[in-house]
Ligand binder design. Sequence first.
Ligand SMILES: [Cu+2]
Length: 173
Amino acid sequence: GGMMGGSGGSFDILPISVDPSRRARIDRIPEGIGGTMPDLDIRGASRRDIALQSGMGGMFRRRRNQHSINGNSFEMDRLNFSVQRGATEIWAIDGQNMAHPFHVHGVRFQVLSENDGPVSSRNSGWKDTVLVNRRAEIAIRFDQPAPASTPFMFHCHILEHEDGGMMGQFSVV
Ligand SMILES: [Cu+2]
């Protein structure tokens, strides 16, 4: 196929040929630009449940403490948990029947499942944000350090949700 453009007729500007036999996931980086990037090894990974919660009174109201994660609305002085540097964890994210673009700072991750099923091709690569459409499991390896004084954040990327408290902080030590 090709893309068409111009008002005075149509012409090919970019031929695109998709090879459906190729995998969408990048699972290896050529040696010339730095080498391998295998899938995360999730054997023995601990599991963490992340519930993204919207309170009563309207899901899109921008009000403090309207939204939360695991029952906690964001507090600047709260460290929600600490992760061991170098560890790999599986986060089971529950969007509670609403779609939330979930973002984690300081890491890249792989999506393991969506709604207990296989991962869509658009989510098969390395991610720092994933649209959790009800539920998703992600695997994260925590390579970047973050002391408790300057922790990383994890949050929904809907502005009304994160401003309303759907955000937390974790250290990597
Ligand atoms: Cu949200």
